[in-house]
Ligand binder design. Structure first.
Ligand code: SF4
Ligand code: FES
Length: 214
């Protein structure tokens, strides 16, 4: 994936696209087809082609955080979510929506991180899971966990060398259908693809030769 950033200034909003984060979910091109036009001569983002509120609402649903915006009209900027979440995607990545402090990246509210172990763009997902036939449930067993006293705030994510994603801060792990799997303030999430207890790390990375820089 090209390490490219597009920044397109419209009358009321600047839309940014960070290519290395994009998981090609096509949420943007399907949700606002007049604004996000692939292979369009002169650029693929057209920030004046829809009402600004419609564009910002769409950008906020970009799961990977590849899209972000800055208002030029004094309108409200994107806010951190009230509840930090990690959604477990069936046979796919971990989708974070939080006041994210991902080590090595600028603060952001959204990111999809590899959990199959095969991305060439770690810690980000690059759709390698689909190419390699990764299978992992999106409905892990629900664990009893008490309600958190705080549900938002900064969420630190440290991709450990040759090991899991170490997550600290208030977070709720949510299944594909929306069940709360675990509420916690500290958790290690598997990113080698080998854990028998996905999405959690069970130490398998130490046996299967997982290399986080491969
Ligand atoms: S990840 Fe974001 S930028 Fe990439 S295709 Fe999906 S919505 Fe568009
Ligand atoms: S990262 Fe997969 S088991 Fe630890």
């Amino acid at each position: 994936m090209a390490d490219r950033t597009d920044e397109v200034r419209g009358e009321k909003v600047v839309v940014r696209f960070e290519a290395k984060r994009c998981i090609h979910s096509r949420n943007c091109v399907l949700g606002q087809p007049a604004v996000f036009v692939p292979n369009s001569p002169g650029g693929w983002i057209h920030p004046d082609a829809a009402p600004v509120e419609a564009i910002t609402a769409l950008v906020e649903t970009c799961p990977s955080g590849a899209l972000s915006y800055q208002r030029l009209d004094g309108g409200k900027e994107e806010q951190a979510p009230v509840v930090n979440t990690v959604r477990v995607r069936e046979n796919g990545p971990l989708a974070f929506h939080a006041d994210l402090r991902l080590e090595g990246s600028a603060p952001a509210f959204r990111a999809t991180l590899c959990r199959c172990g095969a991305s060439k763009n770690k810690p980000f997902c690059d759709n390698a899971h689909a190419r390699m036939g990764f299978t992992a449930t999106g409905e892990p067993a629900v664990q009893d966990s008490p309600a958190l006293t705080q549900r938002g705030g900064e969420l630190k994510v440290s991709p450990l060398p040759d090991g899991p994603l170490f997550v600290s801060g208030n977070v709720e792990i949510v299944s594909g259908t929306g069940h709360t799997v675990l509420r916690t303030r500290k958790v290690a999430l598997c990113r080698c693809g080998g854990s028998k207890n996905k999405p959690f790390c069970d130490g398998t990375h130490a046996q299967n030769g997982f290399q986080s820089d491969s």
